[in-house]
Design a protein around this ligand. Structure first.
Ligand code: FAD
Ligand code: NAI
Length: 512
């Protein structure tokens, strides 16, 4: 009995200590960020940042907002941690766990930043004016307005490409934003409940339980892996009657999936999918989609082509990026962008070709790098350095001009000499700060989750040395890497709690 009482008190002390530590850590975290920001100064140059994604937020984190009147415009008032979005489609992660309110990011800046939740619909690069539209459900008397800018950073990301394939836009689900993941989650359960409807025909049941993913890039592969996990770990248990008919298929036009990974990892992924019973259809190009059927052209080993039909219940389309309409519209206004296709063409300093004072970063810019969060983040950090340097340079130039005036006005030779020395020192600093290097990307590697607690990693370190790794240990690395990359402590905790919740209770199979 004494031992039990002792154990109880030990647990109580231990628990209280943990809670106390957590509370203390939270207090320190809150205190680090003073609420009393300096007001923004509209007399300073207006720097408008479009978007609240990887590129724009990384710029916002590092820029010294004291030097500019910073305005952020995005139809989304939060930052989204996209690498964990595929996990939201099955409820492994709850969507709010990977969202960070933009206001929370902005309140940590020393000088206030203005935010408007709106879509930028047009950019006038000559008159330097933006057109903004409130596209949210609730609109006030003013739902469209304009905003002049001195400097503009375009970080609007990209939209899904359909290559104009008939029926895709109308019938497929995409995977880019939170509503996409929510729609997929609802559809999975809808297909399952409809397939098990009383007296459902055999063919219809098989069709409804056929989940097809088109595009064997990382988005398609990660989603297919998550979906198969959902089936193996939860659906099979809760809805056993679908066990024989539930199938996931991955359709890819090229000879293999994940072309950006090494051959060894491609083979590992394809083998894992085979073991997990995910059907991979490579050399299969989708040509048309109807409400219930996918029509695809298969290239056979002898080079001949054959059209096949695939009845489906859920179709997730993940075939890459296309420019957003605001970007396409801007491209038509700038002659230097006449040949641009994938996005805005930029120079080595990320300035949009054919413009002045307009930069583009992330998925909306066409560069030699892949459209990834890693690239967008580094570009954001680079632009922050660029803007901080520009402000410093401007301040130095003003100082030098002021000193020159003083030098002219003074009669004393000693004062003239002292001023000249000061000018020389400032000019030296100015020359140094003007020497800004072009943007250079450092690739740290690629990671992807492929289902059944396995991940693949193509890591780069040192002077371009490569390390490939796969399996369950890599999965643990994948998890820790992504948790550490989550935006805030709150996000990190929520993601860990979601993983624990799923381990303990399984995923939620209710349809919203
Ligand atoms: P985004 O992050 O897409 O942000 C664009 C922002 O612009 C959004 O806030 C949007 O609301 C806003 N916007 C859109 N239109 C307008 C407009 N008209 N006016 C103003 N604002 C606008 N990359 C990796 O490196 N690793 C990964 O593991 C990884 N996983 C991914 C998983 C998924 C499911 C997806 C879809 C992508 C993944 N990526 C990953 C790619 C990565 O998410 C993108 O490369 C990255 O988001 C690009 O950043 P961005 O800032 O250019 O655009
Ligand atoms: P993607 O462009 O990487 O892959 C699309 C795939 O679809 C291609 O392999 C293409 O051959 C195929 N395809 C195109 N049309 C087709 C058709 N009609 N029929 C069949 N297949 C067709 O696109 P994804 O996966 O959306 O990725 C976009 C970007 O985001 C990439 O740069 C990617 O690296 C990045 N990303 C990175 C992740 C990671 O690092 N874990 C995860 C998700 C995305």
């Amino acid at each position: 009995r004494l031992a039990q009482v002792g154990k109880f008190f030990w647990r109580l002390t231990y628990g209280s200590a943990l809670i106390g530590l957590g509370y203390l850590a939270y207090g320190i975290y809150e205190d680090r960020h003073p609420l009393d920001q300096r007001a923004s100064d509209p007399s300073k140059k207006t720097l408008v940042i479009l978007g609240s994604g990887w590129g724009s937020v990384s710029l916002l984190k590092k820029i010294d907002t004291e030097n500019y009147n910073v305005v952020v415009i995005s139809p989304r008032n939060f930052f989204l941690f996209t690498p964990l979005l595929p996990a939201c489609t099955t409820g492994t992660i709850e969507h709010r766990s990977i969202m960070e309110p933009l206001r929370n990011i902005l309140r940590h800046k020393t000088t206030a930043v203005t935010f408007y939740e709106a879509e930028c619909t047009q950019i006038d690069p000559v008159n330097r004016v933006l057109t903004l539209r409130d596209n949210s459900e609730i609109k006030g008397d003013i739902a469209e307005t304009s905003l002049p800018f001195d400097y503009l950073v375009i970080g609007v990301g990209a939209q899904n490409t359909t290559f104009g394939i008939p029926g895709v836009q109308e019938n497929a689900c995409f995977l880019k934003e939170i509503p996409d993941a929510q729609k997929i989650r609802t559809r999975i359960m809808d297909c399952i409940e409809t397939a098990t409807f009383k007296d459902q025909t055999e063919d219809e049941r098989k069709r409804l339980l056929h989940m097809v993913v088109v595009g064997g890039g990382p988005t398609g592969v990660e989603f297919a892996g998550e979906l198969q996990d959902f089936f193996e770990e939860d659906l099979r248990k809760w809805v056993p009657e679908i066990s024989d008919d539930f199938h996931v298929s991955l359709v890819e036009a090229l000879p293999n999936v994940l072309p950006m990974f090494s051959k060894q990892l491609i083979n590992y992924t394809e083998k894992t999918f085979k073991d997990e019973k995910i059907n991979i259809h490579t050399k299969t190009m989708v040509k048309k989609v109807t409400e219930k059927t996918i029509f695809a052209e298969v290239t056979k080993p002898d080079g001949t082509k054959e059209m096949i039909e695939m009845p489906y219940g859920l179709l997730v389309w993940a075939t890459g990026n296309a420019p957003r309409s605001v970007v396409r519209d801007l491209m038509t206004k700038i002659p230097a962008q006449a040949k641009a296709r994938r996005g805005l063409e930029v120079n080595d300093y990320l300035v949009v070709n054919g413009t002045e004072g307009i930069w583009a970063l992330g998925d909306c810019a066409a560069t030699k790098y892949a459209p990834t969060a890693q690239v967008a983040t580094q570009q954001g950090q680079y632009l922050a350095r660029l803007f901080n340097t520009m402000a410093k340079t401007q301040a130095l130039e003003e100082d030098i001009a002021h000193l020159e005036e003083l030098g002219h006005a003074t009669a004393s030779m000693d004062d003239k000499k002292a001023i000249a020395a000061e000018i020389e020192a400032k000019a030296k600093t100015l020359r140094r700060s003007k020497r800004l290097m072009p943007f250079q990307y450092t690739h740290q590697g690629s990671l992807a989750y492929i289902g059944s607690d396995k991940a693949i990693a193509d890591l780069t370190f040192g002077d371009g040395n490569n390390l490939t790794s796969s399996g369950q240990l890599t999965y643990l690395f994948w998890r820790s890497a992504y948790v550490s990359m989550c935006f805030s402590t709150r996000n990190k905790l929520l993601v860990i709690m979601d993983w624990l919740k799923v381990k303990m209770f399984g995923r939620d199979v209710s349809r919203e």
